[in-house]
Design a protein around this ligand. Structure first.
Ligand code: SF4
Length: 391
C-alpha cells in the first residue's frame, strides 16, 4: 500500500543514476516528483516548511557524512547498550507527540540518502576495525524503519547486505505493519523485526500516523510465523491514569499471541526529553498531557520521571515479563546502575559488559546464529568483542 501522506518527492539530479533513486522514480506518480539540487531546496524552502508539512515531503540526495554511528548515549551516569544506528533515512513520516526528532533534526524534510554503495563501504570499513565484535545495528532511531518502505524500498538492500554478516544482528524497528515485503523473503537468522508498543489509548492520542496495537501485534505474529526473530520496545513507558492496568493488558495480549522463545530482546525506557521539546509539544500537540507529570532534570539534562516512579514502572513490567518467561533478554535504556539493580535485580558493570550480555544471551538462546561462546574475560578489554566461529 502506498503511503498517502507523502505529497512531494524532490530528487537531487546528482542522485538520478543511483539504483534506489531509480526505484523511487519508477514507483511513484510523476506528478509528485520534482528535480532540484538539494542545496537549493534547503536554502529556499527549509525555513518555510513546518515540522508537520516536512513529514509529507521526501528529499532524495547524497549523504557525505557518517552513515553508521554509535547510538548517542547522552551521559556517563547512565548505562548505554552500545547499539549502532545506520541512517540511510533521517526524519519520520509518523508523528508521535513525544518524538525527540522534533528538536534534533535541523531541517523538516524526510531525507533519503541514495548513495547506498558509500553507506555499505563505510559499514565495511567501520566493522573492519573491530574484528570479532558482535554489533547490533538498526535503522529505527532517526526514522521508523518500515514506514516509508512502499515509496523507498530500502529493506531489500539492507537485508541483502546484512544477511551475510555474521558479526551483525540487524534490526528494523517500527510502529507500522508494513511487513508484506518481509514475508516474501527467507528470514536471515541475524535479522530482528521489532515493534515499539504502548497501550492503545496512548497510540490513539500520542502516536499520530502509526497503526493500532492490534495491528502491530498481528504483524509481529505474521513475521514470527514466517521465521523472523522479533523484538519489542516499551519506550517511552508513560505514566497516565490507569497505566498499570493498561500495560498489564498489553503484555497479556502480546504474550498470548507471540511466542517468547522468538523474542530476541525487550527494552524498557521511561519518557525522557530535552527541555526544549516541551514547548514544541505544547504548540504542536496542545491536548497532550504527557509533559505535565512531575519530572526532574536527569544527569544527561533531559527531563524524566522521578526515580521512584521510574522504578515502579520498570518493576511492574519486568515482573510480568519474567513471570511468563524469565529467559527473555530485557534491558533498560539510559538508566543508572542503581536503577538497574533495584528494578532488574542486577546491574551490568559497564556499557561494554551490557553489550557482552546481549551477545551472551543471543548465543545461548538462538542456535541458528553462528557465534562462538562469548568470552567474558575480554569484554573490558575489547568492548565486548567476542570471536565468531570459523574465524
Ligand atoms: S515513530 Fe519514532 S521516529 Fe517516528 S515520529 Fe514516532 S517517535 Fe519519532
Amino acid at each position: 500500500m502506498k503511503r498517502k501522506f507523502v505529497e512531494k518527492i524532490y530528487i537531487d539530479p546528482e542522485t538520478v543514476d543511483y539504483p534506489l533513486t531509480q526505484q523511487i522514480i519508477a514507483s511513484v506518480s510523476s506528478d509528485i516528483l520534482e528535480f532540484i539540487p538539494a542545496s537549493k531546496l534547503l536554502w529556499e524552502k527549509s525555513g518555510h516548511v513546518s515540522l508537520g508539512q516536512g513529514k509529507k515531503i521526501i528529499l532524495v540526495s547524497r549523504f557525505e557524512g557518517d552513515f553508521l554511528k554509535p547510538c548517542p548515549g547522552t551521559s556517563r551516569d547512565y548505562l548505554c547498550c552500545q547499539y549502532h544506528i545506520l541512517n540511510p533515512v533521517m526524519g519520520c513520516p509518523l508523528d508521535c507527540s513525544y518524538c525527540i526528532l522534533q528538536t534534533y533534526l535541523n531541517n523538516p524534510f524526510l531525507r533519503v540518502y541514495a548513495n547506498l554503495e558509500d553507506m555499505f563501504d563505510q559499514v565495511n570499513d567501520y566493522l573492519g576495525h573491530f574484528p570479532g565484535r558482535l554489533f547490533r545495528i538498526g535503522t529505527g532511531e532517526l526514522t521508523d524503519s518500515l514506514a516509508l518502505e512502499s515509496l523507498v524500498p530500502l529493506s531489500g538492500w539492507l537485508i541483502e547486505y546484512f544477511a551475510d554478516r555474521k558479526d551483525v544482528i540487524f534490526e528494523f524497528k517500527t510502529k507500522t505493519d508494513d511487513i508484506d515485503h518481509l514475508l516474501d523473503v527467507e528470514p536471515p537468522p541475524n535479522l530482528v523485526v521489532s515493534w515499539s508498543l504502548n497501550p492503545q489509548k496512548i497510540i490513539q492520542k500520542e502516536e499520530g500516523g502509526t497503526v493500532s496495537l492490534e495491528r502491530r501485534i498481528r504483524a509481529a505474529q505474521r513475521v514470527q510465523s514466517k521465521g523472523y526473530k522479533v523484538g519489542f520496545h516499551f519506550d517511552p513507558l508513560l505514566i497516565f491514569p490507569g497505566w498499570e492496568k493498561e500495560y498489564r493488558r498489553l503484555l497479556d495480549m502480546l504474550f498470548s499471541r507471540v511466542s517468547t522463545q522468538g523474542i530476541v530482546w525487550i527494552s524498557l525506557g521511561s519518557l525522557r526529553f530535552p527541555p526544549s521539546l516541551k514547548e514544541i509539544i505544547q504548540k504542536r500537540f496542545p491536548s497532550s498531557r504527557l509533559i505535565y507529570e512531575e519530572m526532574i532534570r536527569g544527569l544527561d539534562g533531559k527531563m524524566r520521571y522521578l526515580r521512584p516512579i521510574r522504578l515502579h514502572l520498570y518493576k511492574k513490567i519486568i515482573n510480568q515479563i519474567k513471570q511468563v518467561d524469565d529467559k527473555v533478554f530485557c534491558y533498560l535504556c539510559m538508566e543508572s546502575p542503581d536503577v538497574w539493580r533495584r528494578s532488574m535485580g542486577f546491574s551490568p558493570q559497564s556499557n561494554a559488559h551490557l553489550d557482552f550480555l546481549f551477545a551472551q544471551s543471543i548465543e545461548k538462546r538462538f542456535q541458528d546464529i553462528q557465534l562462538s561462546p562469548p568470552d567474558s574475560s575480554r569484554y573490558s578489554l575489547i568492548h565486548s568483542s567476542f570471536f565468531l566461529k570459523n574465524k
